[in-house]
Write a protein that binds this ligand. Structure first.
Ligand code: DX5
Ligand code: ZN
Length: 218
């Protein structure tokens, strides 16, 4: 079954406690938390106090996706705020290998996120050092955007690269994931699906998480 990671960017910020409880009691696996700085992406989301608050009630791992420049300045602060998994963008990491080692040294799983225009083969020489690749299926910065179809091909290629190397890197797909495209993504080789609007804009968020969880049976 796929790992399901609801993106809390689409939650109701005035009822964050309630929405965290929904995720705790659902078949979701991780909390996906999007941090945006207004520099790498044209939007600003939330930071440490919100992550710490979610940490205090979350019963599942926090998968923190950094859409920020110079992410290495803040690794320790994200570890202290309670991140279990931390992803940096390839596009802001001239020293990607060093960043991966630094994240792991703080006891977190180390992820790399790639923009829609970034080819998966650029990860070839660090692939086995990465715990999870976050393949962006929209341009990062906003929830509720349309899924970019070419992502499916990127997931297939990445699956093949991981297979050839015999490593255990997970493939996460982030952006525009729906109950309709989830089965194709899982067949292409995705291990984890992030879903914001699909979950939180639905009438039954926990039921929608369950549909995503069972998507491979479709
Ligand atoms: C986009 C974020 C995503 C976003 C997904 O920059 O990285 O995690 O919240 O939201 P949906 O599922 O609504 O596209
Ligand atoms: Zn994200």
């Amino acid at each position: 079954m796929p790992i399901i990671a609801p993106s809390m960017l689409a939650a109701d910020f005035l009822n964050m406690g309630r929405d965290c409880e929904m995720v705790n009691n659902s078949s979701a696996d991780w909390f996906h938390l999007d941090v945006m700085d207004g520099r790498f992406v044209p939007n600003i989301s939330y930071g440490f106090p919100v992550i710490s608050a979610i940490r205090s009630v979350a019963k599942k791992p926090l998968d923190v996706h950094l859409m920020i420049v110079e992410p290495e300045k803040y690794f320790e602060a994200f570890a202290k705020a309670g991140a279990n998994m931390l992803s940096v963008h390839y596009e802001v990491s001239p020293h990607l290998h060093r960043n991966l080692q630094a994240i792991k040294a703080l006891g977190m799983k180390a992820g790399v996120a790639i923009n829609p225009h970034t080819p998966v083969n650029l990860l070839a020489d660090v692939l086995c050092d990465i715990d999870h690749v976050c393949v962006m299926s929209v341009n990062p910065g906003f929830g509720g955007q349309k899924f970019i179809d070419h992502t499916i091909q990127k997931v297939r290629m990445l699956r093949q690269m991981i297979h050839e190397r015999g490593c255990h890197t997970l493939i996460e797909v982030d952006g525009g994931v729906t109950v309709e495209n989830a089965p194709t993504l899982i067949k292409a080789g995705a291990d984890a699906l992030v879903a914001g609007n699909t979950v939180f804009a639905s009438a039954d968020p926990a039921g929608t998480i369950e549909l995503l969880k069972n998507a491979e049976n479709k």
